[in-house]
Design a protein around this ligand. Structure first.
Ligand code: SF4
Length: 676
């Protein structure tokens, strides 16, 4: 039996484990890594089952081309030639910006970097994006503006030093289970816990205060807490004076947010808001933890600004046990952003609109580069639906299930002249493609992944991919070659050399330094030990900037026709569109069917019983799912997980976008339910 250390393919926590394989090249299980600083000998149920989908019989093993309406096997040479020819032809005919490239938070840093290079240098467009657009684009926009860096400011080890954890919009024990465990351990040690979430989640059982505020009222709640902090004189005046700017604008903006006013918006009691403000501000070291409950709103960037304002107001930044801690979703969503799989930046968030930066990449890649920032993925769907986009290459993403308003997504992809998908399974998106290329999964290729705490770690090849499947980086190198670009990489470590040479925050990252616990960026040079905490002496932008925000309600609230609010999210057993977890026997057994949570009061009103099939409808479509009657959801709200293609929550969700980050309002839309 062989045991190979690698990084978990699921959430952004960044656990490592040993993949066990036999001499015939088959995986047999997973063993926790006792000495790893994140997992510390533990795994969640997804991690324990991370080997289970790898040899699933439905893995893609050969390239597929659509002929006479059906996907049929072909060889690599034919498939790659067709892909390059079609992308080149569309770029020549309609212009490079008629192409869109979707990268992936599931593939490695090296692969994200190569696709970013391919889109920009190979096909001449900045139209590249990935699923961070759907989860933490609000974080990147908001925190870059206020602090100068869009990443988690502190490390997971900080939970051991904090006095208070404020969890808002994160069901941490289910989405990032080992981070949830750290929070519970902090509570056992004596730290206070504030939870702000309309649902009852496991953490709320252990909270000193559970604020069940209305979905979409986060700005009002956070502004109300800050109003109270100022009223009580609990702000950190020394920190504000030395480390921040624009404080008077913040003071002015908060004048209306009295506890009574905020109570009317949030549905909370004024005393709860006052208590939360006092508990937070009187703790010397407080960590704010948030996730998609904050970011997935049409005012997601404002939510992030308000969180940043609260941390700056109380001086909870740049010290152990403090900080603004957005929990990144997939195992490499941080890395995909870092690698510039975004429409406006190269790797390391270097702006494509900056002539000097553009010149640097242009010289390194020996090609002229496009100047105008590209399309966000959510705008690309709208553009495709409107006939402005003609070709798309999707690497390891499944927008048919993951994007808001599925009918619009299907319409958009159906209008493309050419759609190519690289993936490990024939996902719902791949089923629509003209060309499908079979990829190696995480256990079958080398690469690095960057976790939510900015920890760059190795993923290691353990077994060979099935059939003719290839590593994504090998597929992308073949395309770079067809574009005539210099690419003599023979292994991902060589790609990392190029990344390090062009990306200041990764300047000291080298495979030889990643054998132990990995390195946390910024790591600017080969002697740098990495950075567990950001903004130590000053913020990345210099002064921390207070960005006042006003409360704006969600775009579509319940009304007479659609009287309930829909909230969406994940469950402990499944991951995103379920392409891997629903093909893992034990995970599938534990949560096999879609469900809808309905509050007991609403169950009486609508005469619904436990497990009864419901038709759930919004202005965009209908789905069917079985009822779970539970007070986890408040009356007036239902909750549906978005993993299940046969009852896809995103048939219902609203594609109203945040105007700055382009993130859809996944967390609030109006629906009605009917027993059937
Ligand atoms: Fe994997 Fe996340 Fe579970 Fe850790 S907490 S084992 S990284 S899914």
């Amino acid at each position: 039996m062989n045991a190979t250390l690698t990084t978990c393919p699921y959430c952004g926590t960044g656990c490592n484990f040993y993949l066990l394989s036999d001499d015939r090249g088959r995986l047999s299980g997973v063993e926790p890594a006792a000495k790893h600083p994140v997992s510390r000998g533990q795994l969640c149920i997804k991690g324990w089952n991370a080997h289970a989908f790898v040899d699933h019989p439905k893995r893609l093993k050969t390239p597929l081309i659509r002929k006479n309406g059906k996907l049929q096997p072909t060889d690599w040479q034919t498939a790659l030639d067709l892909l390059h020819d079609k992308l080149s032809e569309i770029a020549a005919k309609e212009g490079p910006d008629s192409l869109m490239f979707l990268s992936s938070a599931k593939v490695s840093n090296e692969e994200n970097y190569l696709l970013m290079k391919l889109a920009r240098a190979g096909y001449g467009t900045n139209n590249i994006d990935h699923c961070a657009r759907l989860c933490h684009s609000s974080t990147v926009t908001g925190l870059v503006e206020t602090l100068g860096s869009g990443a988690m400011t502190n490390s997971l080890s900080c939970f051991e030093e904090t006095e208070l954890v404020f969890v808002i919009g994160s069901n941490t024990t289910e989405q990032h289970p080992l981070i949830g465990s750290r929070i519970l351990q902090a509570v056992q040690r004596g730290a206070k816990l504030l939870v702000a979430d309309s649902r009852k989640i496991r953490l709320s059982r252990h909270a000193d205060l559970h604020l069940r505020h209305q979905n979409g009222s986060d700005v009002a709640l956070l502004n109300g807490m800050m109003w109270q902090i100022l009223q009580d004189g609990l702000e950190n005046r020394a920190f504000i004076a030395q480390r921040t700017e624009n404080f008077s604008a913040l003071q002015h903006s908060l004048k209306a947010f009295t506890p009574d006013y905020v109570a009317r918006i949030t549905g909370l009691q004024p005393g709860q808001i006052i208590a939360a403000a006092r508990q937070f501000a009187t703790s010397d070291r407080a960590m704010i933890v948030y996730a998609m409950g904050i970011t997935q709103h049409s005012h997601g960037v404002d939510n992030v600004r308000a969180i940043s304002n609260l941390a700056l107001l109380t001086g909870n930044l740049g010290r152990p046990g403090t900080g603004i801690n957005p929990l990144r979703g997939q195992n490499n969503v941080q890395g995909a952003c870092d690698m510039g799989a975004l429409p406006d930046v190269y790797s390391g968030y270097q702006k494509v609109s900056d002539p000097q930066i553009r010149e640097k990449f242009s010289t390194a890649w020996s090609v002229k580069l496009p100047e105008t920032p590209g399309r966000m993925s959510t705008h690309a769907i709208e553009a495709a639906a409107g006939g402005e986009l003609h070709g798309m290459l999707v690497l390891g993403e499944n927008p048919v299930i993951s994007d808001a308003n599925q009918a619009l997504v299907r319409q958009a992809l159906g209008k493309l002249e050419f759609l190519a998908v690289i993936d490990i399974f024939l996902t719902e998106t791949a089923q629509l493609a003209d060309l499908v290329l079979p990829a190696a999964c995480y256990a079958e290729r080398d690469g690095t992944f960057t976790s939510t705490e900015r920890r760059v770690q190795r993923g290691r090849k353990v077994i060979e991919p099935p059939g003719d499947a290839r590593a994504d980086w090998q597929i992308l190198v073949a395309l770079l070659h067809r574009c005539g670009l210099k690419n003599d990489y023979t292994a991902p470590a060589e790609i990392m050399h190029e990344i390090a040479s062009l990306t200041p925050s990764y300047g000291g990252i080298d495979y030889s330094r990643l054998e132990g616990d990995g390195l946390q960026w910024p790591c600017p040079d080969p002697a740098h030990p990495g950075s567990p905490i950001l903004h130590l002496e000053e913020c990345a932008r210099g002064k921390g900037h207070f960005s006042p925000v006003d409360y704006r309600p969600p775009g579509e609230l319940p009304d007479a026709e659609y009287p309930l609010l829909l909230n969406t999210g994940r469950t402990a057993f499944h991951w995103h569109t379920g392409s891997m977890t629903r093909r893992s026997h034990l995970l599938d057994r534990e949560e096999r069917h879609a469900f809808v949570e309905v509050n007991p009061e609403d169950a009486i009103t609508y005469q619904i019983s436990e497990r009864q099939q419901l038709k759930i409808s919004s202005r965009r479509g209908s789905i069917y799912a079985a009822t779970r009657v539970t007070d986890r959801v408040p009356s007036g709200q239902i909750f549906i997980p978005f993993h299940f293609a046969e009852a896809a929550a995103n048939v219902l969700t609203n594609n109203l976008l945040d105007p700055e980050s382009g993130i859809p309002e996944f967390k609030v839309c109006a629906v009605r339910i009917e027993p059937c």
